[in-house]
Write a protein that binds this ligand. Structure first.
Ligand SMILES: O=C(O)CCC(=O)C(=O)O
Length: 286
């Protein structure tokens, strides 16, 4: 298996050619190889070319931008969960419910006139509209007995949609029940900071609490092993069990202009980019 290249993920703005080393094209990487190389050793991997034919990629975005009109027409009266990223509430953010069209109105307003930073997150869209097949589960993640069990018993649902403006973020956490999870980005970029299992213990305070927000400078000075990854559109990330992580829609606007070469190592140079992004995630245990 290839080594993770931490060095090339740091100071992304100063490194126009960054490449997370463990990136695979879903067109030529088998489930079997995924199982033995990543699932069994509990390692991170990113797959490219995962959502080429997903309806949400066709309809929810327009080129490099979110298609606000389409989304508003489709979901306007649905109530959606929103986190107020400007207000902490215990170890999370203050949550509110909003009508989707009101959220879109908020998102459309100019950044400097917004009074809050609102992130539409943990939206159970698939559960709300079960007949609407807006994505397809990549072959690597087909074994999902956590959701199968929970849905079968009408207990819960760990299939979520996330979308929001630049700066939206999710605090440091690990996934429920020590599950594996996957997340596909359909437009824009997401910045993930991951700690391999055990490293998070070094961050506990005297009351045994984890930090709410990571400070990457501290991670470096304290020699805490971590990986910073920019997830681009049309990429799925496999989040191994018990890897603590934090997410942010990063403020710098960069985008690769060449796709990972088919079944080879591609060149990923970056160029200026718009600020809108969206993502889909599922928790999956297999
Ligand atoms: O995308 C996000 O903001 C949170 C997603 C997440 O934490 C996860 O998929 O485990």
């Amino acid at each position: 298996m290839e080594e993770l290249d931490l060095e090339s993920q740091e100071n992304l703005q100063n490194h126009p050619k960054y490449e997370y080393q463990t990136r695979k094209s879903s067109k030529c990487f088998s489930y079997n190889d995924f199982f033995w190389d990543f699932m069994v050793p509990n390692e991170l991997v990113i797959f490219s070319n995962v959502s080429n034919d997903w309806p949400c990629r066709r309809d929810w975005i327009d080129g490099d931008k979110v298609n606000f009109n389409w989304l508003e027409d489709k979901f306007k009266s649905l109530t959606v969960p929103v986190a107020d990223n400007s207000q902490a509430f215990y170890n999370s953010h203050l949550k509110l419910d909003m009508v989707f069209s009101d959220y879109i109105d908020y998102w459309r307003t100019k950044e400097d006139t917004r009074k809050q930073l609102l992130y539409l997150k943990d939206w159970h869209l698939k559960a709300a509209l079960p007949e609407y097949n807006f994505y397809k589960v990549p072959k690597y993640f087909a074994s999902d007995w956590l959701n199968e069990y929970l849905l079968d018993h009408k207990l819960d649902d760990y299939r979520f949609v996330y979308m929001g403006p630049k700066g939206s973020w999710t605090p440091f956490h690990s996934d429920v029940f020590s599950s594996f999870s996957w997340s596909t980005n359909i437009v824009g970029q997401k910045k993930w900071v991951f700690l391999p299992p055990g490293e998070e213990q070094k961050l506990k305070d005297s009351l045994n609490n984890f930090p709410f927000r990571l400070d990457e400078e501290t991670l470096k000075t304290e020699n805490i092993k971590h990986y910073t990854i920019i997830q681009n559109e049309n990429e799925s990330i496999f989040v191994p069990s018990n890897w603590y992580h934090e997410l942010q829609y990063p403020p710098y606007l960069e985008k690769p202009h060449s796709e990972l070469e088919e079944c080879g190592e591609g060149d990923r140079r970056l160029q200026g980019y718009e600020q809108l992004r969206g993502a889909l995630s599922e928790d999956v245990e297999g």
